[in-house]
Design a protein around this ligand. Structure first.
Ligand code: HEC
Length: 193
């Protein structure tokens, strides 16, 4: 095998390996410019979308649109919608409803269930055990109708359906979060929605 490197009349530098000649040719200017523009665009795109968030990436834009749609649907459901599992689950994913529910909880429920839901006079709402059912509709029913004779008042007549729905949405978000120092579990284990 012979390797040679020499400047020849054919081009600036020629490599020759076993008789195969390779020449270094300058890339056309337009080609190099296009490459640099592409690289520059790529860096600018990455910085604008992923580093500094000047523009929303598709997933962020989608999440924003979904939140707006959820909020609209939540308003409709609170005002008139049927109180079923799907509606309550949707409400539990709407941040404004959950915030309302958290406020209701603090002012109305925390005395018996503790501010973090860990339980006191009433049971722990952050574990996986439920006496009256841990499904969204069961939770709503317990809050709305209470447990007569067991110390859990019926909140429907006092709070109105909008706030009961919000409170249920908030309690749904507490499920299974198992706050520290919570009361021991009561009732049957519940998994899933
Ligand atoms: C006066 C005390 C008291 C207040 C206030 C109270 N609760 Fe209760 N709650 C209880 C008691 C006691 C029970 C358990 C009833 C039983 O033993 O069956 C209970 C049970 C529950 C349950 C069912 C738990 C399970 O394991 O199935 C939910 C859900 C609940 N409460 C939510 C709420 C919400 C939401 C509020 C506020 C709107 C609220 N509670 C306010 C005392 C209270």
């Amino acid at each position: 095998m012979t390797t040679k490197q020499s400047a020849t009349a054919r081009g600036p530098v020629t490599h020759e390996v076993d008789g195969i000649i390779e020449e270094d040719n300058e890339l056309p200017k337009w080609w190099v410019t296009a490459l640099m523009l592409c690289i520059g665009f790529g860096i600018a795109y990455y910085m604008a979308y992923s580093m500094y968030g000047i523009f929303d990436t598709p997933s962020v834009a989608f999440e924003k649109e979904s939140a707006i749609a959820r909020a609209k649907e939540a308003e409709r459901l609170k005002a008139e919608g049927p109180v079923d599992k799907a509606a309550l689950l949707l409400l539990s994913k709407d941040s404004a409803t959950v915030a309302d529910g958290a406020q209701v909880f603090t002012t109305t429920c925390a005395v018996c269930h503790a501010a973090n839901g860990g339980g006191g006079i009433g049971p722990n709402l952050t574990d996986d055990a439920w006496m009256h059912g841990g499904s969204p509709d069961a939770i709503y029913k317990t809050i709305n109708e209470g447990v007569t004779g067991k110390g859990m008042p019926a909140w429907g007549p006092q709070l109105g359906s909008k706030r009961v729905k919000a409170a249920a949405a908030y309690v749904i978000t507490l499920r299974g979060t198992k706050v520290a120092g919570g009361k021991e579990a009561q009732g049957a284990p519940f998994e899933g929605d």
